[in-house]
Design a protein. Sequence first.
Length: 133
Amino acid sequence: MAMQLEKGQWNPYVAGALSGLVMVGSVWLTGKYAGASTTFVRGAGMIEQLFGAERVAQMEYFLKEKPIIDWQWMFVVGILLGSLIAALTSGSFKSQAVPDMWRDKFGPSAGKRGLAAFAGGVIAMYGARLADG
Protein backbone atom coordinates (compact mmCIF):
# COMPACT_ATOMS: atom_id res chain seq x y z
CA MET A 1 0.00 0.00 0.00
CA ALA A 2 2.92 2.34 0.63
CA MET A 3 3.77 2.25 -3.09
CA GLN A 4 0.46 3.97 -3.83
CA LEU A 5 1.30 6.99 -1.73
CA GLU A 6 3.20 9.85 -3.31
CA LYS A 7 4.30 12.84 -1.23
CA GLY A 8 1.66 12.12 1.43
CA GLN A 9 -1.19 11.80 -1.08
CA TRP A 10 -2.94 8.91 -2.77
CA ASN A 11 -2.24 8.56 -6.45
CA PRO A 12 -5.52 9.79 -8.05
CA TYR A 13 -5.39 7.13 -10.78
CA VAL A 14 -5.06 4.29 -8.29
CA ALA A 15 -7.74 5.77 -6.03
CA GLY A 16 -10.07 6.29 -9.01
CA ALA A 17 -9.50 2.75 -10.28
CA LEU A 18 -10.18 1.29 -6.83
CA SER A 19 -13.34 3.40 -6.50
CA GLY A 20 -14.48 2.16 -9.89
CA LEU A 21 -13.91 -1.44 -8.85
CA VAL A 22 -16.00 -0.86 -5.73
CA MET A 23 -18.84 0.52 -7.88
CA VAL A 24 -18.67 -2.40 -10.32
CA GLY A 25 -18.54 -4.84 -7.40
CA SER A 26 -21.55 -3.17 -5.84
CA VAL A 27 -23.67 -3.66 -8.94
CA TRP A 28 -22.32 -7.16 -9.54
CA LEU A 29 -22.90 -8.42 -5.99
CA THR A 30 -26.13 -6.63 -5.10
CA GLY A 31 -27.67 -5.64 -8.43
CA LYS A 32 -27.92 -2.10 -7.06
CA TYR A 33 -25.88 1.03 -7.63
CA ALA A 34 -23.92 2.43 -4.72
CA GLY A 35 -25.39 5.63 -3.34
CA ALA A 36 -25.69 7.64 -0.18
CA SER A 37 -28.70 9.96 -0.34
CA THR A 38 -31.26 7.28 0.57
CA THR A 39 -29.10 6.36 3.54
CA PHE A 40 -29.33 9.88 4.95
CA VAL A 41 -33.13 9.87 4.66
CA ARG A 42 -33.31 6.45 6.30
CA GLY A 43 -30.96 7.66 9.02
CA ALA A 44 -33.26 10.60 9.71
CA GLY A 45 -36.18 8.16 9.96
CA MET A 46 -34.24 6.00 12.43
CA ILE A 47 -33.41 9.04 14.55
CA GLU A 48 -37.07 10.10 14.56
CA GLN A 49 -38.07 6.60 15.67
CA LEU A 50 -35.59 6.80 18.56
CA PHE A 51 -37.53 9.80 19.87
CA GLY A 52 -40.86 8.02 19.64
CA ALA A 53 -42.19 9.33 16.34
CA GLU A 54 -44.58 6.45 15.57
CA ARG A 55 -45.83 8.21 12.45
CA VAL A 56 -42.52 7.47 10.68
CA ALA A 57 -43.61 3.87 10.00
CA GLN A 58 -46.80 5.14 8.32
CA MET A 59 -45.20 7.78 6.10
CA GLU A 60 -45.57 6.95 2.41
CA TYR A 61 -41.84 7.16 1.76
CA PHE A 62 -40.94 4.83 4.62
CA LEU A 63 -43.49 2.25 3.50
CA LYS A 64 -41.28 1.87 0.40
CA GLU A 65 -37.86 2.52 1.99
CA LYS A 66 -37.83 1.14 5.54
CA PRO A 67 -35.60 3.11 7.94
CA ILE A 68 -33.18 0.23 8.62
CA ILE A 69 -29.46 -0.42 8.69
CA ASP A 70 -28.71 -2.16 5.41
CA TRP A 71 -25.78 -2.54 3.00
CA GLN A 72 -26.12 1.07 1.79
CA TRP A 73 -25.97 2.36 5.34
CA MET A 74 -22.85 0.28 5.92
CA PHE A 75 -21.42 1.63 2.63
CA VAL A 76 -21.72 5.19 3.96
CA VAL A 77 -20.04 4.16 7.23
CA GLY A 78 -17.33 2.50 5.10
CA ILE A 79 -16.78 5.77 3.22
CA LEU A 80 -16.19 7.55 6.53
CA LEU A 81 -13.85 4.87 7.86
CA GLY A 82 -12.05 4.42 4.53
CA SER A 83 -11.38 8.12 4.17
CA LEU A 84 -10.11 8.26 7.76
CA ILE A 85 -7.77 5.30 7.13
CA ALA A 86 -6.55 6.87 3.86
CA ALA A 87 -5.84 10.18 5.59
CA LEU A 88 -4.06 8.49 8.49
CA THR A 89 -1.93 6.22 6.28
CA SER A 90 -0.97 9.09 3.97
CA GLY A 91 -0.01 11.30 6.90
CA SER A 92 -2.36 14.03 5.67
CA PHE A 93 -4.88 13.86 8.53
CA LYS A 94 -5.32 16.99 10.61
CA SER A 95 -8.33 18.38 12.39
CA GLN A 96 -9.05 21.95 11.30
CA ALA A 97 -12.22 24.00 11.74
CA VAL A 98 -11.21 26.26 8.85
CA PRO A 99 -8.93 24.75 6.16
CA ASP A 100 -6.09 26.87 4.82
CA MET A 101 -7.65 27.15 1.35
CA TRP A 102 -10.93 28.47 2.82
CA ARG A 103 -9.10 30.89 5.12
CA ASP A 104 -7.10 32.28 2.17
CA LYS A 105 -10.24 32.94 0.07
CA PHE A 106 -12.95 33.78 2.61
CA GLY A 107 -11.32 34.52 5.96
CA PRO A 108 -10.98 32.69 9.28
CA SER A 109 -14.69 32.48 10.27
CA ALA A 110 -15.64 28.91 11.26
CA GLY A 111 -19.31 29.91 11.39
CA LYS A 112 -19.25 31.23 7.82
CA ARG A 113 -17.56 28.03 6.63
CA GLY A 114 -20.05 25.86 8.52
CA LEU A 115 -23.00 27.74 7.04
CA ALA A 116 -21.58 27.44 3.51
CA ALA A 117 -20.90 23.71 3.99
CA PHE A 118 -24.42 23.15 5.33
CA ALA A 119 -26.00 25.09 2.45
CA GLY A 120 -23.90 23.16 -0.07
CA GLY A 121 -24.96 19.88 1.54
CA VAL A 122 -28.63 20.87 1.39
CA ILE A 123 -28.35 21.77 -2.30
CA ALA A 124 -26.48 18.53 -3.12
CA MET A 125 -28.96 16.39 -1.18
CA TYR A 126 -31.93 18.15 -2.79
CA GLY A 127 -30.48 17.48 -6.22
CA ALA A 128 -29.77 13.83 -5.39
CA ARG A 129 -33.26 13.28 -4.03
CA LEU A 130 -34.80 15.14 -6.98
CA ALA A 131 -32.98 12.72 -9.29
CA ASP A 132 -34.42 9.83 -7.21
CA GLY A 133 -30.98 9.05 -5.85
